[in-house]
Design a protein around this ligand. Structure first.
Ligand code: NAP
Length: 284
């Protein structure tokens, strides 16, 4: 069993840390809003730290799941950041969705670093069934994998530092187009006065099937969006993908368009709504 510092006990990090504690690991947690870390400890045991450095001191592993590049830089390399305090042989695992650039920067700063963004959403974190896409060395993966197994359905070592984040971009690019297609399909079905449950029954086992269709068709048809993966996060992620595409030369016309459509949803007040709220900008 390992001594682990967990930084960022939010929607995703909170349940991940809970699975580690349930597996018997010893947890010290740090969160920007201290009350959230205190609530986590009250529910699951362990200790609260006053800074990332205090949490990381002497630990076997440090795991982060914060918001964006700036947050990650702050908790690792910033004042009272974890990196200066970590043991040389400790592994750092990052579950934040960030740029491949910062993932590579962190991998240059320490020996054992894995960029490990996740897919599966809040439900995947709660159920311990996340898909984790990883970048890093074989040695870093060997240290990280047994810990991540506490909350993973699937762990894939894709390549070197940054490859996990690039794979997450692939994931988000694929989802953006699917959600716009699903939005158009739903509005078409409504315009045709079709029974939406029957339409779902007819097509959800065929070639049009997708995770989004299976999990979001019904809620989209009921205008329910107050759950799931937030539009603000999706815009961050599409921004990362579009930045990366400028470097690798890939063409992303649909992702760029859907990113702008999400800007419309933000203007409608949908910042924290699920990404399926893309359909809201299309008149019924
Ligand atoms: P969240 O609920 O906002 O959690 C982020 C946590 O990190 C918050 O508790 C926040 O503290 C803390 N934090 C942020 N910056 C910090 C800093 N500088 N120092 C210390 N703590 C800091 O967000 P989330 O939904 O868990 O998402 C976290 C990451 O996972 C994001 O990169 C997101 O894109 C990615 N992700 C999310 C999902 C999803 O379905 N939610 C799915 C896949 C990937 P405060 O309490 O002070 O805000």
């Amino acid at each position: 069993m390992a001594d682990i510092a967990f930084i960022g006990t939010g929607i995703m990090g909170g349940p991940m840390a809970r699975h580690l504690a349930a597996a018997g690991h010893s947890l010290t947690v740090y969160n920007r809003t201290r009350a959230k870390a205190e609530a986590w400890v009250a529910a699951h045991g362990g200790a609260v730290a006053d800074s990332p450095a205090a949490a990381a001191t002497g630990k076997d592993a440090v795991i982060a799941c914060v918001g964006n590049d700036d947050d990650l830089a702050q908790v690792t390399l910033g004042t009272d950041g974890a990196f200066a305090a970590m043991r040389d042989d400790a592994v750092f695992i990052d579950h934040t969705t960030v740029s491949a650039d910062i993932a590579r920067r962190l991998a240059l700063a320490r020996t054992l670093v894995v960029d490990a963004p996740v897919s599966g959403g809040q439900a995947g974190a709660e159920n311990g069934k996340l898909s984790i896409m990883c970048g890093g060395t074989a040695a870093a993966m060997a240290a990280a994998e047994p810990l991540m197994a506490a909350y993973a359905l699937r762990i894939v070592h894709v390549g070197g530092p940054g490859a996990g984040q690039q794979t997450k971009m692939v994931n988000q690019i694929a989802i953006a187009g699917v959600l716009q297609g699903l939005s158009e399909a739903l509005r078409f079905a409504q315009a045709s006065d079709l029974d939406l449950d029957k339409v779902f029954e007819a097509i959800s086992g065929g070639a049009a099937q997708s995770w989004q269709m299976v999990n979001r068709w019904q809620t989209m048809s009921e205008d329910k969006f107050d759950f799931g993966f937030a539009v603000d996060w999706m815009r961050k992620d599409l921004g990362l993908a579009l930045d990366e595409a400028r470097k690798n030369g890939a063409s992303l016309p649909v992702a760029a368009m859907v990113d702008q459509y999400y800007a419309d949803v933000q203007k409608m007040g949908g910042n924290r709504q699920d990404t399926s709220s893309l359909v809201r900008r299309m008149p019924k």
